[in-house]
Design a binder for this molecule. Structure first.
Ligand code: 5GP
Length: 208
């Protein structure tokens, strides 16, 4: 029997307001082999966000202790706050042959590329800067100063696109979700993700 291909990290990055959280939630709804990596952050919860579900909200002292203890696979400072990915969570889920999807910034994604953990990196982009602006304003979760900061950062984030494996234009949500699902499916079938497929194929055959 050929064994299932190995699991991997599905790294989603996008400018703030690019729609990655919505896409990510849709992916989790329609798949049963993917877990979500809940990041640690020092920023304050927004709106309906709950501790342990959207983020693990911690203070700066705890975050710095966790850095020193080597708890993070990657961590970065984004918009003046710390964000980090739990290494123990990632390892436990991959060890159970489950993919882990994560929403992290371009710095964190680069740091993960330098590790030996298997991944696919997907960049999600709105169709234009004008639409990104409209989405941030409509979202109504950030102050005008915060929105201006996020738009300035978007400019720098886009420079990282060549370092990603795939680019999904989030014009239509359903189509963007389908695109991400298609990428995951294709990645699962990459030859290098299988361990010894030919041996698996022949196993159980008696020598004649
Ligand atoms: P927000 O505060 O809007 O939820 O997220 C701000 C930025 O931090 C987004 O670009 C998001 O992808 C990024 N982010 C969230 N969690 C992590 C993480 O664990 N590591 C890194 N490097 N970035 C993260």
């Amino acid at each position: 029997m050929i064994e299932k291909s190995s699991s991997f990290l599905i790294i989603l990055s996008a400018p703030s307001g690019g729609g990655k959280s919505t896409i990510l939630n849709e992916i989790l709804k329609v798949t049963d082999n993917i877990d979500y990596s809940v990041s640690y952050t020092t920023r304050n919860p927004r709106g309906v966000e709950q501790n342990g579900i959207h983020y693990n909200f911690v203070d700066e002292a705890e975050f710095l202790t966790r850095i020193d203890s080597g708890d993070f696979l990657e961590h970065a400072r984004v918009f003046g706050n710390w964000y980090g990915t739990s290494i123990s969570y990632i390892k436990s889920r991959l060890g159970k042959h489950r993919h882990v999807i994560m929403d992290i910034d371009v710095q964190g994604a680069s740091l993960i590329s330098a590790t030996d953990i298997p991944y696919v990196k997907i960049f999600i982009i709105p169709p234009s800067m004008e639409i990104l602006k409209q989405r941030l304003v409509l979202r109504a979760t950030d102050s005008p100063e915060e929105i201006a900061k996020r738009l300035r950062t978007a400019h720098d984030e886009l420079a990282y696109i060549p370092h990603y494996d795939y680019l999904v234009v989030n014009d239509d949500l359903t189509q963007a979700v389908e695109d991400v699902l298609a990428i995951i499916r294709a990645e699962e079938n990459r030859v290098h993700r299988y361990s010894k497929p030919v041996e698996g194929f022949w196993s159980g055959e008696k020598n004649t």
